[in-house]
Ligand binder design. Structure first.
Ligand code: PGA
Length: 250
């Protein structure tokens, strides 16, 4: 089947989270031992809050789920409050019954980054591949920390953060200033991400409108890494009205 990205436009970011959490919950109900890929950043926070609610209120179980996160800042250990390990523990893992040893977040202080990245890929293979990977998108079109120019077949590796990413993450939501943002990260590659059986990319707010238009309606190009998802056989973007505002088709 040749891929075309499916698009769902929601009225609000709350509706994006509702839809995304329902898709993830349905997957876990049908496949209790699912391997799910996760993302960090502002965008998935409401989705994680909703999944935690489903666990508390409706008994959605994560005990057999395995998770893999997209990326981690290089140089931050898991106790640092801006590390993605900390983020995941704080926003989701501690609120559900996922087993800590089944949660895989790259180690930003590994002695050998290449070994760490290779081990991550091996663990994905050992889990039988990823059933669904939840993604965000950067204002520059990046997915994970695959900045513009990243090859379509890239694997998990140590990468440089683009200046636009450093600026976006130092606006006070996460880091207080640009000087505090790490310059490097470990990131799953575009090739790694594209091997997931299903992809679900979320975007909210007008800041993402150009990137979403480029990803969906531009030519597939490494200039906009998310556009390289166009040929994936099962990829859905769930966006709010603001993030859809530059689309010709919406
Ligand atoms: P955000 O980040 O959810 O904080 O906007 C998304 C990304 O940079 O991929």
């Amino acid at each position: 089947m040749s891929g075309t990205i499916k698009l769902e436009v929601c009225e609000s970011s709350a509706d994006v989270a509702l839809k995304a959490s329902e898709i993830i919950a349905s997957l876990i109900r049908a496949t209790p031992d699912a391997a799910i890929g996760l993302a960090t950043g502002s965008t998935p926070e409401q989705t994680y809050a909703r999944l935690a609610d489903l666990h508390r209120g409706e008994g959605l179980r994560f005990a057999r789920v395995t998770s893999f996160n997209l990326d981690e800042y290089w140089g931050l250990d898991g106790d640092h409050n801006q590390s993605y390990r900390y983020f995941m523990d704080d926003r989701l893992f501690r609120k559900i019954d996922i087993r800590p040893w089944n949660t895989h977040v790259l180690n930003g202080t590994a002695a050998n980054p290449d070994l760490e990245c290779r081990a991550f890929e091996t663990k994905i293979l050992a889990a039988g591949g990823i059933d669904l990977w939840l993604l965000g998108i950067g204002t520059n079109g990046h997915i994970a920390f695959n900045e513009p120019g990243s090859p379509v077949d890239s694997r998990t590796r140590l990468v440089n953060l683009a200046p636009s990413t450093i600026a976006a993450n130092s606006d006070g939501r996460f880091f207080k200033d640009a000087a505090s943002v790490p310059r490097f990260a470990l990131s799953a590659g575009i090739g790694t991400i594209r091997e997931a059986r299903r992809l679900l990319l979320l975007a909210t707010g007008s800041g993402k409108a150009d990137a979403i238009a480029q990803a969906l309606e531009g030519p597939p190009s490494t200039d906009c890494p998310a556009s390289l998802l166009q040929s994936h056989p099962d990829c859905t973007f769930i966006v709010d009205r603001e993030a859809a505002s530059r689309l010709e088709s919406a």
